[in-house]
Design a protein around this ligand. Sequence first.
Ligand code: BAL
Ligand code: ZN
Length: 860
Amino acid sequence: PPEIRRSDYAPFPWLVPTTRLEFELGLERTRVTARLDVERNPVAAVSPTIRLNGDGLELASLTCDGGEPEGRMMDGDDLLVTLSGDRHVLEIVTEIDPSANSQLMGLYASGGMLCTQCEAEGFRRITFFPDRPDVLSTYSVRMSGAKAQFPVLLCNGNRVDSGESADGGDHWAEWHDPWPKPSYLFALVAGDLVARSDSFTTMGGRDVELNVYVRDGDLDRTEHAMESLKRSMKWDEEVFGREYDLDLFNIVAVSDFNMGAMENKGLNIFNTKYVLADTETATDGDYDGIEGVIGHEYFHNWSGNRVTCRDWFQLSLKEGFTVLRDQLFSADMGSEPVKRIEDVRILRGVQFPEDSGPLAHPIRPDSYREISNFYTATVYNKGAEVIRMMRTMAGEKAFRRGTDLYFKRHDGEAATCEDFVRAMEDGTGLDLEQFRLWYSQAGTPKVAATLSHDGDVATLKLTQTVPPTPGQPDKKPMPIPFRVALFDRKAGTHSGEQLLVLDRASAEFTFEGFAHKPVLSINRGFSAPVSIERDVSREELVFLAARDDDPFARYEAMQELMTGYLVGSVSGDLDESESEAARGDIAEALKAVVEDDQLDDLMRGELLMMPSQSYIGEQMLVADPGAIHVAREALKTDLGTRLGEALHRLYDRAAQVPFSLDAEAKGARKIKTLVLSYAAASDPAKAAELAASQYDRADNMTDRQGALMVLAGLDSAERTARLLDFYNRYRGNALVVDKWFALQASSLHPQVVAHVEALRSHPDFNLRNPNRVRSLYMAFAANPAGFHAADGAGYRMIADLVLELDPINAQTAARFVPSLGRWRRIEEKRAAMMRDALERIARAPKLSRDTFEQVTRSLG
Ligand code: BAL
Ligand code: ZN
């Protein structure tokens, strides 16, 4: 497959002001008639033909201005039509079989209903069309089909007319979307659905009808989604000044879906995972996830739909910005510091490894073969961090001027990242010339920080390096904004936070008035997405872990205490007395957290959490996952033993808090499961008893799942009984059965590989359902205890999965390749087996473009 380059962008030679689509719907056969009004694009090079993208389409008929076109030919899957005039009308008929569409791109059948997914390039699986985001068109759509089979017919925009056939067997609906949009935002749904309905009055007085469509039987699990939607609409008005622009906003939940959700104009289509919730079947994490994703898709209405992307290299323009918007929204709806910590954990757990591996790419990539592979943590989460840095440097008010200007300037356009940065410069007054490097350079900058002291002056020396990444051997220094405070060790306070911008390879910053050497608190709030190596003593980290008034910095000190010890321990750098002293300090710091009555439990839970295995591995040039796992579990055992009593008192206190969805009760639930996981390491028999009791008494899914998660890792009778009970209790509820698969696949149980192998043959396993595939295999691939099994069985299992899944659902299959692609950073025995697994995939006679690209880059 050819490489597509950002530098090759050229405007499309044709405009398509209006598009008319007629769908005669059937699960096995849908006939699509598309009428495109096309005219020459005055700002593009003149072309004698128009390229209409297709993907596996059969052309039933084609006319130009009502007759035979002057010329036509196929170029691969695309259709080229000769057009000699300035304006033409093309009519194209295609026939498709949605029931055979297992890729879940384009129009497909899911449990008897029809739905679409067109981003990034799914529309070309429906009809021949210039399927690129800079071709904006106004759509009117007629849908018709059997009334009994498809009682609900939905499309973008507003329903303008409807009716039924003379015999009443068929019916039809006519939809019109007044907002010009690219084809990737097209959507259609036809099925037997019921809706929770509500309304929202916008700040300008527009009454908007809101619907959340689900299957009959799921309606009582839609309240949280609807409330989240209304909160999103209000928040976007208040914080970004963005008002909704149609009279109708529909959400449809679908159980077969490649992504989390999709922001189609006026008709968002969601994975059921991000819609359905009640306290019996959804955890606190699920509730937060729903609120965040509903917000994200809603916010796309401005950052993505009203202003869209010129080409797919600009994906972070809408995704990075919208992730930042959903992060700020969730922070405002709940705990801001805890949300920040969670977001950083995702960034460091997923994006940092991506940025230091063979798939590293800038947030605005320069080339791709399959754009689906670039819906990455880099484009999304690092993209959000880059915009967050602009916000930090500008301040909130100026940042809002920048976003207002961006929306005003580019409303109705297909814009670029450069347009966004320019609007930010003009709106905020910042000079972002050098800052643009964040868009073009891949790799996580490393910053060394040393603080020295002389007389009454403290000097902070900062040195940055941006590591080489594939295709980018040499990097330039980037501007890195650090929120910094210097603590007076005795008083335990600081005299104010400062923002320092490191914009050279190395710089020194001086601070006067310190009779003693202060303690450095740096990258507060994680103001820059970099990794810091600071010259800091353990005693200073204990100090910060107990006293830093920036919650993120406090969390960071605690993480650094544990990570420093674990990396030292695995590398053999610590002798027994140093190890003992370090464990003692960590235990002391944790005890202070357990007993700090100023802390709320949600934050306490963050401070008690150990760094993830992947984060620890990321700190080492070459990691031994087996050794890290052993060291991490040993520390957990040690801490659980030392803090046993204090932790159990904490548990007992938390267990008294009655169920509710408020922060206090959520915090209590988080604490209970954390204490159980420490207990599981230090006193497995007691933990099994406690977890079984928590499971049995649970009146909500958070407690039940937390208890079962701990039990799943223990070799105990309680484990078997509760796993069976969980399955029997929730069989038939797909989202909860997903949890049942995931809990077993992510468990610490020594037989986890065998468990996953057995679950593969479970009657409820289904390779065609992405949620189920992810629940078993994504959970497994993220579980170092299983994936990195010393004999390589985990790698072979993932390679087998990729090969089997690739012809069915290439997009989902390709998502499993990056875990194997980490081989260069893993000790040599395992690395060789990971490479073998990749090579075996590469040798397959026929690979999708998605998987081919990921495997080739991973081996390269
Ligand atoms: N645009 C794809 C799904 C999302 O990021 O919202
Ligand atoms: Zn998005």
